[in-house]
Design a protein around this ligand. Structure first.
Ligand SMILES: Cc1cc2nc3c(=O)[nH]c(=O)nc-3n(C[C@H](O)[C@H](O)[C@H](O)COP(=O)(O)OP(=O)(O)OC[C@H]3O[C@@H](n4cnc5c(N)ncnc54)[C@H](O)[C@@H]3O)c2cc1C
Ligand SMILES: NC(=O)c1ccc[n+]([C@@H]2O[C@H](COP(=O)([O-])OP(=O)(O)OC[C@H]3O[C@@H](n4cnc5c(N)ncnc54)[C@H](OP(=O)(O)O)[C@@H]3O)[C@@H](O)[C@H]2O)c1
Ligand SMILES: *[C@@H]1O[C@H](CO)[C@@H](O)[C@H](O)[C@H]1NC(C)=O
Ligand SMILES: *[C@@H]1O[C@H](CO)[C@@H](O)[C@H](O)[C@H]1NC(C)=O
Ligand SMILES: *[C@@H]1O[C@H](CO)[C@@H](O)[C@H](O)[C@H]1NC(C)=O
Length: 546
């Protein structure tokens, strides 16, 4: 007898954990391993411990749908709370025995004759290599995961003070009486520094200079505490918490569901402009108003940043950096500014796939990306030529709403493709190239008419001006609708005689259902005429027999 199929998950962030939880709770399936290169679960919530790190999406909407939490303290979760939440879920679902920490997956290569992947992973601490085999590989490696350090700035390696990326905040770092440079030319480096600058600035002995390349738009997003009554209602009134989630979802989705007129967009832009003008020192106004339209770069959730810009110990600097020296930064204006600490809030490398995954005929994930001008996939989940391989948060899955929802939809979708393999009905599914091309043509056509075209950003390949590989340009309601079940015609089933027969039966049953329904409808409409006729026929039949 063939042994039970195995699943390997790469990455124990919220995506990998959601998938593992679904595998266990929906299918009772246990033959899986999660490889994680770090020493704990949580992914970006484990890595990003900078002061003030929090969700910029309301936390009830950024919680796992099967495990809502009535006790969230505020509208937005703080990093330690979110991290605790995921650790508690990993414990609740008994995931720790499936987790292999400090182990980085290097490669996964498909063997056609065995219909399985050979996976090679490396123990990070010892360099020792281990080999594993699995029929199915799920990639949950994240995209905001590999810190982007701006090595292009001359002299960066000569700095003698303390310097680090925002995703590697040193534990217990003492900032008192320090001069801190924050380099983040905008957006979420902006998102990130918009979260920690107010925290640093709360100590008047710290002096913060924030270097900005491209300004961004801000939404005011204060963190609103939930009262005990609200928490009680969430816990005790049926559907209350679900309704609250639905409301948040709708709030994020409605601008995309009901496209706005040019006039409405202009009003929105003016309101955002006014917010900056009203709340920041006038010396910054010329530089702080973006020239690109809202939505091109991620609109930053402002939970205190804008206000902190008026503090005497915070300065913005738009001059541009010429080079970094031993003890500071030289700007294009010729100023030499001394610093003790430099924080690189310069974002992540998003357009390189970090694992060597090889499918049929030598197709690799990165090779496929390169051949298509940047990250490209089918519904951000599958890649032609790579069997039984599904990605969470793959190409063009970026939205401004809950990434967790986007990933949970992918989990449900991918598991429908995984199930027939676990059941031994089929050995592999591979997405078809023509279906992938058609999807991407539609996607890129929509993107070409979107705001994403109107600025340079990390969401575009080729150094920021090429193919737009990260955003999903429609509402997530549409995402959910498209992924609610696979279009089986878009996949090739391999080694699937049983599967083909079952699908054929299913189709026949479908045809039968339509036929029966049509017959009954006709019978119903013409029942006055039909029934006597039937009676007549039966009587005749009776007569001939007896
Ligand atoms: C500071 C910050 C705040 C954010 N806030 C929000 C928010 O409020 N709302 C929102 O919707 N999104 C937010 N995001 C986006 C966030 O990335 C996603 O919401 C989500 O956490 C992605 O989860 P993930 O599991 O897909 O990836 P990640 O969290 O990046 O996890 C990937 C995991 O895979 C591991 N890994 C990678 N490569 C390998 C390998 N080769 N072998 C083994 N393990 C590997 C990594 O170590 C990591 O643990 C934020 C991102 C950042 C950086
Ligand atoms: N709480 C949250 O919700 C949260 C927090 C953080 C991050 N995120 C997510 O993470 C994503 C990435 O966030 P991020 O803020 O870390 O990165 P980011 O959005 O990529 O921003 C990087 C910043 O660094 C600047 N930069 C890059 N190279 C530079 C250089 N050589 N000199 C000066 N500035 C340079 C960029 O400027 P330009 O704009 O000019 O390129 C940009 O301002 C976001 O889109 C978001 O989805 C979410
Ligand atoms: C709410 O805050 C309290 C006190 O800081 C903390 O102990 C608790 O864990 C928080 N709740 C959640 C859900 O994070
Ligand atoms: C900011 O971005 C511009 C344009 O990409 C670049 O020329 C400049 O050097 C950057 N500034 C800093 C501070 O690096
Ligand atoms: C792989 O190559 C074989 C033979 O060269 C060919 O028959 C098959 O169609 C190819 N498969 C893909 C997915 O390209």
């Amino acid at each position: 007898m063939q042994s039970q199929p195995r699943v390997v998950i790469i990455g124990a962030g919220v995506g990998g954990l959601s998938l593992a939880i679904a595998l266990k709770s929906r299918f009772g399936f246990r033959n899986f391993t999660i490889y994680e290169k770090a020493d704990e679960v949580g992914g970006c919530w484990r890595a990003n411990t900078y002061p003030g790190c929090s969700s910029d999406v309301e936390i009830h909407w950024y919680s796992l749908s099967s495990d809502l939490n009535p006790n969230w303290n505020k509208s937005h979760g703080l990093q330690p709370e979110i991290q605790d939440y995921w650790i508690s879920l990993a414990k609740k679902y008994g995931l720790y025995p499936h987790l292999v920490f400090d182990t980085k997956v290097i490669s996964a290569e498909w063997n056609d004759d065995q219909s399985s992947y050979t996976i090679i992973a490396e123990e990070v601490l010892t360099g020792k290599r281990i080999t594993d085999t699995a029929q199915i590989v799920i990639s949950a490696v994240g995209i905001l995961e590999i810190p982007r350090i701006p090595y292009e700035i001359p002299g960066i390696e000569t700095f003698k003070g303390i310097s680090f990326h925002s995703a590697a905040w040193p534990r217990g770092l003492d900032l008192r009486h320090k001069r801190v440079a924050v380099i983040g030319n905008a957006s979420s480096g902006y998102l990130t520094n918009a979260q920690f600058v107010p925290y640093l600035a709360a100590d008047p002995s710290v002096y913060v200079v924030n270097f900005i390349r491209t300004p961004v738009w801000f939404n005011t997003r204060p963190h609103i505490p939930y009262s005990d009554t609200a928490k009680w209602a969430f816990a005790n009134i049926p559907f209350m918490m679900r309704l609250h989630r639905a409301y948040i979802m709708y709030k994020f989705d409605s601008p995309l569901l009901w496209p706005q007129s040019a006039a409405a967009r202009e009003r929105h832009r003016r309101a955002l402009r006014q917010y900056i003008l009203d709340s920041t020192p006038s010396k910054y106004h010329d530089d702080l108003i973006p020239t690109h339209p809202p939505g091109c770069k991620r609109t930053v959730a402002d939970s205190g940043y804008i206000k902190s810009l008026s503090l005497p110990n915070v300065a913005l600097n738009f001059d541009g950096i010429v080079h970094i020296a031993e003890n500071g930064i030289l700007t294009k204006k010729g100023e030499e500014l001394p610093f003790d600490i430099i924080v690189y809030a310069t974002g992540f490398i998003g357009d390189k796939y970090p694992v060597h995954v090889k499918g049929l005929n030598g197709t690799t994930v990165q090779g496929y990306y390169d051949a298509h001008g940047g990250p490209t996939g089918y519904l951000g989940t599958a890649i032609p030529g790579i069997p039984n391989f599904y990605m969470l948060a793959g190409p063009n899955t970026g939205t401004s709403t809950s990434t967790l929802f986007v990933e949970e939809v992918q989990v449900s979708y991918a598991l429908q493709l995984v199930k027939p393999v676990l059941d031994g009905l089929v050995s592999a599914f591979t997405v078809k190239a023509d279906a992938t091309d058609a999807y991407n043509a539609k996607l890129q056509e929509r993107l070409s008419r979107s705001v994403h075209m109107q600025c340079y950003s990390w969401q575009r390949s080729g150094g920021g001006t090429g193919k737009i590989f990260n955003p999903f340009p429609w509402a997530v309601t549409i995402w959910w609708w498209w992924l609610r079940r696979p279009n089986w015609a878009h996949y090739t089933a391999m080694g699937g005689d049983k599967w083909v027969r079952r699908r054929a039966m299913h189709k026949m049953f479908g045809v039968f259902k339509v036929f029966a329904f049509a017959l009954l409808s006709v019978a119903y409409v013409r029942r006055s005429a039909l029934l006597p006729l039937l009676y007549e026929r039966l009587r005749e039949l009776g007569k001939t027999i007896f």
